[in-house]
Design a protein around this ligand. Structure first.
Ligand SMILES: NC(=O)c1ccc[n+]([C@@H]2O[C@H](COP(=O)([O-])OP(=O)(O)OC[C@H]3O[C@@H](n4cnc5c(N)ncnc54)[C@H](O)[C@@H]3O)[C@@H](O)[C@H]2O)c1
Length: 271
């Protein structure tokens, strides 16, 4: 269903790897709502080639960029404004990766080279992207930047490992840059804290299936699906949310404000 909420808006979408990716759903919904955008991902992710299908479907160009590399980001931004013929109105940061998680390192025995990579890819990449946009004056007034995060930034979820630290930093960068970019150009910057979702990144977390079931039963509305997250992103990119900035917005079916549910309590009965 389209309401033309993004008609005439131009943007960049980071992080569509395959059709499970949250960024993939966001791109599909942005297209339906009338936006034009460039798709980007790390050069290594391009090799899988699935993004080509999305580009065709959404009539978008693809520009590879490693989000930890300032040169790549500057090239992405200058090329995107050229291709789209204008400054940008929205950016989605949908990037996460932890070598410590991938290699099964326990949090207490983190490899610090890996730890730095986790921070760089999953959090500092947002700072680098915003700094490049700022330097090139590439965002229109009232443009909207959204980064995806998880509640492990506020509460301990042991298997989320060093990604929790990265998400805390990501949310802090959102506030700090949100201040500076708000003052400079009325740009708004927010994070959306999404329910656990079945994607390549999600499934990399140990015990993910059990965890997603737990979360489902701890959320009065159930886990929010990826498509609903995409809808929320659309509302944040639209002109209907102009004064929302520097926020961490929970999109989690009520999980974040639930102490316990009857369904979970009942699992501890029966003595
Ligand atoms: N899946 C979940 O349960 C869940 C829950 C809350 C938040 N999130 C967040 O949503 C975002 C998207 O993840 P997803 O679940 O759609 O998984 P995904 O694996 O589809 O997306 C992660 C993306 O990050 C990209 N990436 C990794 N390193 C990069 C680099 N150096 N430069 C550019 N891109 C790079 C990957 O290629 C991939 O496209 C992440 O920030 C993730 O932490 C996911």
């Amino acid at each position: 269903m389209s309401n033309n909420l993004l008609k005439g808006k131009k943007g960049i979408i980071f992080g569509a790897l395959n059709d499970q990716s949250i960024a993939w759903k966001v791109a599909e919904r942005c297209h339906e709502e009338g936006a034009e955008f460039v798709l980007t991902n790390a050069p290594i992710a391009m090799r899988m080639g699935e993004i080509n299908g999305l580009a065709e479907k959404t009539k978008s160009k693809i520009i590879p960029a490693d989000a930890t590399n300032t040169e790549d980001l500057e090239n992405l931004i200058t090329q995107s404004t050229e291709i789209l013929g204008n400054k940008l109105d929205f950016v989605l940061h949908s990037i996460g990766m932890s070598p410590n998680v991938r290699k099964g390192k326990h949090y207490t025995e983190s490899n610090y080279q890996f730890y730095n990579q986790t921070m760089d890819v999953s959090a500092i990449s947002l700072h680098k992207t915003l700094a490049a946009l700022y330097k090139h004056d590439a965002l229109n007034e009232w443009a909207s930047v959204v980064a995806l995060t998880y509640i492990a930034a506020q509460r301990i979820f042991p298997d989320y490992n060093d990604m929790a630290d990265a998400k805390s930093l990501l949310e802090s960068i959102t506030r700090s840059f949100g201040y500076h970019y708000g003052i400079k150009n009325k740009v708004r910057i927010n994070t959306i804290s999404q329910s656990p979702t079945v994607t390549t990144a999600g499934q990399g977390i140990k015990g993910f299936t059990e965890f997603i079931n737990f979360s489902e039963q701890m959320s009065p509305l159930g886990n929010a699906p990826a498509v609903a997250c995409a809808d929320y992103c659309i509302s944040m990119f639209s002109d209907l949310t102009r004064y929302v900035t520097m926020q961490n917005l929970f999109h989690d079916g009520g999980f974040s404000n639930t102490g316990v549910t009857q369904q979970v309590i009942e699992k501890f009965g029966g003595q």
